[in-house]
Design a binder for this molecule. Sequence first.
Ligand code: OGA
Ligand code: NI
Length: 349
Amino acid sequence: MATTKLLLADLVSGVNHVPSSYIRPISDRPNLHDVQLSDGSIPLIDLQGLYGPNHSDIIKEIGQACRNDGFFQVYIYIYIYVCFMFIIPLISHLLTYNITFGSERMKNYSDDPAKSVRLSTSFNVKTEKVSNWRDFLRLHCYPLEEYVNEWPSDPPSFRKDVAEYCTSARGLVLRLLEAISESLGLERSYIDKALNKHGQHMALNYYPPCPQPELTYGLPGHTDPNLITVLLQDDVPGLQVLRNGKWVAVNPIPNTFVVNIGDQIQVLSNDRYKSVIHRAVVNRNKERISIPTFYCPSPDAMIGPAEELIDKDHPAIYRTFSYSEYYQKFWNRGLATETCFDMFKASAT
Ligand code: OGA
Ligand code: NI
């Protein structure tokens, strides 16, 4: 098969310059010296008390974080064992083994974003002009029984362990969705019901070391097209968030997840909550692994601003659309623009 150089992992060993197809124009480079450290500016919320006497304080904290920051970090004890003792080493093994040698790798390689299991590289190689310094495996994971048998079976524990992680991550998301609905003054189950049958995808992002990290991105600035994203990352920095026009590094804090509001919560909340632009930069000497869980409506769900959040002073900012329409537009534009909201504004119809 003539597929040996499809992945970045195949290309990078021994390379000491970034190949020209990965080099950004000067006006669109990361300016790494101009990035701030988050230093506590991204809220850290302890969810352990969510169902105790501090319930309303935590709901308030979550509401504030969604309104002002779009990003927050959560600490939740129950998930720690599963996530950190277990998943990161497993995924590292999977990526280094499978991306590099695995028997199944080329069986899973695909550039078609509609595939429910796919190994690929960059963002969308069919539409983008400049490549990104990333390989990834993307899996659909809800409902689990529909997808788990399509996942890689190498290493043998992969399906069982990742399924367990997906179930835990979904449990965390469902709690967050109740809290977010409540913080908007909506019924607790409002967002849950708006998603129709729900969907969940997961990416295993692998960012190899890069000889010239100042010339390229792991992922350029974008907002997430889904509802909400819960990110598990290893201990290597790379995630950055745009805040008041400045890039802020969200460096890993042990035992926490990074949560960010996606485009669909911005739409449902009629712009009260923000889907914030973020990016991943790469490192000269270290590889980085990140594992986002993208929680989403099912493709047929119709999404629009909640009736309760529309009034004379807050007219509907978006039209109603199916999630599949939004998702297709997101992938087709190749991250050429940072968000796709403009195509879904009520005023654009
Ligand atoms: C993404 C993303 C950030 C990261 O996959 O959408 O924003 O740190 N990832 O890998
Ligand atoms: Ni993202």
